[in-house]
Design a protein around this ligand. Structure first.
Ligand code: HPA
Length: 282
């Protein structure tokens, strides 16, 4: 396991050779949600390929780069494209970018994704603020020797998604008349979409949205003490809710549709987070 930390440190050093940027917040842009990047006043971008050993996404529609810059007075690093466990990377590689952004200085993490609607009151194009998660169906990124430099062996997960960040997102949603749902995200490994029975099971377990990312990233981020929030774009109703078969194209189309509201929610929330944390300091 020490090798996991060695690899992380090497990636950190590679990034530090290119920039000394210290982000306040980190953002992971999910499928089709990369358009938010236009709201960042970018000062540096680093292609994942430029970082030796860094996991590179193989999924269509996912770019692979870090953008460093500012949104208002908030310094951010954004990931355009992430890797998924189903691509064959070990879980330690899947969460390496999250840990790296934490090491670069990010205190808060905003996770976004496209997800299937498990809650039958949801509709494609809805935005859901993640309140809690079920990660029990994917391997934990914390399995193996604990990396003491990052966090404790048995981290608390009683409030993975930060209540204050959720409140900030809700405040923006209200002010800009953006309808948002709240709910529980469940992660499966994929890459196949779920069967209708798996979706029924998820509903019984208390999930509202299903996807193939995010929960493992949130666990790694909480382990190292980052504040986490998450937004799911409901790109389709999960398997069996409607009679339509699922396709990756449908997922991307719905994300495109939700993109303008998603971008406003995210941009305004970051501006507000900056203001609130400055007020905290003064
Ligand atoms: N299931 C899992 N992952 C997803 C889905 C889904 O229905 N939609 C978008 N990502």
């Amino acid at each position: 396991m020490e090798r996991v930390y060695d690899k992380l440190k090497k990636c950190y050093e590679d990034v530090r050779k290119k920039t000394d940027f210290q982000p306040d917040a980190a953002i992971v842009l999910g499928s089709g949600l990369g358009g938010f990047a236009e709201k960042i006043d970018v000062c540096t971008s680093i292609d994942y390929h430029e970082i030796e050993g860094f996991p590179v996404s193989t999924v269509q529609g996912h770019k692979g780069r870090f953008l460093f810059g500012t949104v208002g007075n908030v310094k951010v690093v954004a990931m355009q494209g992430r890797v998924h466990y189903y691509e064959g990377y070990p879980m330690s590689d899947v969460v390496l970018p999250i840990r790296l952004m934490g090491m670069l200085g990010a205190k808060s993490l905003i996770l976004t994704n496209a997800a299937g609607g498990v809650n039958e009151t949801f509709h494609p194009g809805d935005l859901m603020l993640i309140e809690d998660q079920i990660s029990s169906f994917v391997p934990s990124p914390l399995v193996g020797q604990n990396i003491e430099e990052l966090g404790v062996r048995f981290p608390d997960m009683s409030a993975i998604y930060d209540r204050n960040l959720i409140r900030t997102l809700e405040g923006v949603a209200k002010e800009f008349a953006i309808p948002v749902k709240k709910g529980v995200y469940i992660q499966f490994t994929g890459p196949a979409y779920e069967s209708p029975a798996e979706v029924r099971m998820s509903r019984i377990f208390g999930a509202d949205a299903v996807g193939m990312s995010t929960a493992c990233e949130a666990v790694a981020a909480r382990h190292m003490g980052m504040k986490v929030c998450g937004i799911s774009c409901i790109s389709n109703m999960a398997s069996g809710v409607t009679k339509e078969p699922l396709s990756h194209e449908e997922v991307q189309k719905a994300a495109d549709k939700a993109a303008p509201q998603f971008t406003t929610l995210l941009t305004q929330a970051i501006l507000r987070m900056g203001k609130e944390s400055l007020e905290e300091e003064s």
